[in-house]
Design a protein around this ligand. Structure first.
Ligand code: ADP
Length: 294
């Protein structure tokens, strides 16, 4: 497990990270979410050791991280950087060789990975001839080719079409399933919501929420319900402890003051007519995000 504790960082007297602490667990995908300038890239660069913090620690498996540990990290930086004139297959194999792989293993790993990422037909093409989306896939291959123990990806999904998002998401899930600790930043909340096991939300250089996705959802659970029945749902408006959010004929979305009110509403709805469905509404990540950064 990668553990960040009390990380602070200032630029020119302005504090951009303040007491940043969170974990990136082995075998799980941790989504790192925040607006522009929130501090994601700075945090990731400190976790990698390419940038020094002013204070705080970064530990791996309960001890301070060493230079050797960092050789087993994979990083996809925000500013993409592959050699434009190099063939993509050779390029990715070359990066594996820099990590000590034999020529045969490096080539086999690079080709398998590029194939998995949908670039199997493009191995002999120069990087510069690839579309931006394909260059992005290649960049992901570059971060993964040495089978890192910890994977840190800065906006790996930006600029990818929905099919490519699915391919890359699948590859990251496979890595996590093999035990890799994966941290990725993204401003695409729908992708993060679908993909991540754990979530870290940052705003203005401070962590606003961190935990498993399901834990955060429960913590921010609104007492919100959806009712679909054959009877007009207008009666809900005068029901004590109920606030109607949305309403159209037999359909209503409403908040209740407590669980008993929800039960009472359900009984009443059944008395009034056939109930097609009555279900709690879970908050979306976008709703949680808005709530915690307020
Ligand atoms: P994010 O990745 O969430 O968009 P960053 O970590 O890039 O945020 O930036 C956090 C804050 O730190 C921003 O206000 C940014 O302007 C500032 N910052 C980042 N790098 C530098 C730097 N090298 N010099 C001065 N300010 C910086």
């Amino acid at each position: 497990m990668l553990a960040l504790r009390g990380i602070t960082k200032s630029y020119g007297g302005r504090r951009v990270l303040d007491d940043v602490s969170f974990d990136v667990a082995d075998g799980r995908l941790t989504g790192f979410v925040g607006g522009n300038g929130a501090g994601k890239t700075t945090t990731m660069r400190i976790a990698l050791g390419v940038l020094a913090a002013d204070g705080g620690t970064v530990d791996l498996d309960g001890r301070p991280i060493t230079a050797d540990d960092r050789r087993h990290f994979g990083y996809m930086p925000e500013e993409r950087g592959l050699y434009p004139k190099m063939r993509i297959g050779e390029h990715i194999a070359y990066l594996a060789r820099l990590h000590g792989y034999s020529k045969a293993d490096a080539t086999a790993n690079a080709h398998a990975l590029l194939d998995r990422l949908g670039l199997g037909e493009r191995l002999n093409d120069n990087v510069e001839t690839l579309s931006l989306g394909n260059q992005q896939r290649a960049q992901i291959a570059a971060a993964l080719v040495h089978d890192p123990r910890v994977l840190i990806l800065d906006e790996p999904f930006s600029g990818l079409d929905p099919l490519a998002v699915d391919v890359v998401a699948g590859v990251l899930q496979e890595r996590a399933a093999q035990g890799t600790a994966v941290l990725f930043s993204s401003h695409q909340l729908d992708v993060v919501e679908r993909l991540c096991d754990d979530l870290v939300i940052i705003a203005g250089g401070t962590i606003r929420a961190a935990g498993s996705r399901d834990e955060l959802r429960t913590r921010h659970e609104l007492r919100r319900y959806e009712l679909v029945s054959e009877c007009d749902a207008g009666w809900l408006r005068t029901e004590p402890g109920v606030e109607v959010v949305d309403f159209a004929g037999g359909y209503a979305v409403f908040d209740v003051s407590d669980d008993e009110t929800a039960q009472r509403v359900l009984r009443r709805a059944v008395e009034l007519g056939d109930v097609a469905s009555f279900s709690p509404r879970h908050p979306s990540l976008a709703q949680i995000f808005k709530e915690v950064i307020r």
